[in-house]
Every structure is written in C-alpha cells, then in structure tokens.
Design a protein around this ligand. Structure first.
Ligand SMILES: [Zn+2]
Length: 70
C-alpha cells in the first residue's frame, strides 16, 4: 500500500493527468498535485482519480507502470 498523488497539470504529450506514488522521483511539487489516497496499486489509484473528476488520469510509467496505458 502506498500514498498516491495526481498531477494537477496535463503537461505530458498525451495530455493526461499523471498519477504518482509518494516516493516517485517525478512526483510534482505540492502546489501542482492533489492527494488521492492510500491504495494497493496504481490501477486503484487511477480509478479513484477518474471518480474524482480527473477523466484523463493515467499511471506514471516509472512508478505506476501497471496503470500506464498511454
Ligand atoms: Zn511517477
């Protein structure tokens, strides 16, 4: 189980809001991220992000490869 955050910005090439774990080296700065919660994997974290309105949420390829789709 880890804490997950989502990037408030869609600055990557696919315009997704990327989801990261708390220990990812690409975790956005506090002002650019939203806390999602404590989940067992990135798939659960991305599903939660979509339920919260981040319809373009996608897992970071580095820390959430199981939830990285594009
Ligand atoms: Zn990451």
């Amino acid at each position: 189980m880890k804490h997950y955050y989502i990037n408030n910005n869609t600055s990557n090439p696919n315009n997704n809001n990327e989801v990261h774990t708390e220990d990812c080296r690409y975790l956005p700065s506090p002002s650019n991220r939203t806390y999602l919660g404590y989940f067992s994997d990135g798939i659960a974290a991305v599903a939660d992000a979509k339920a919260k309105g981040f319809l373009k949420a996608d897992g970071c390829i580095h820390c959430c490869s199981e939830a990285h789709t594009e």
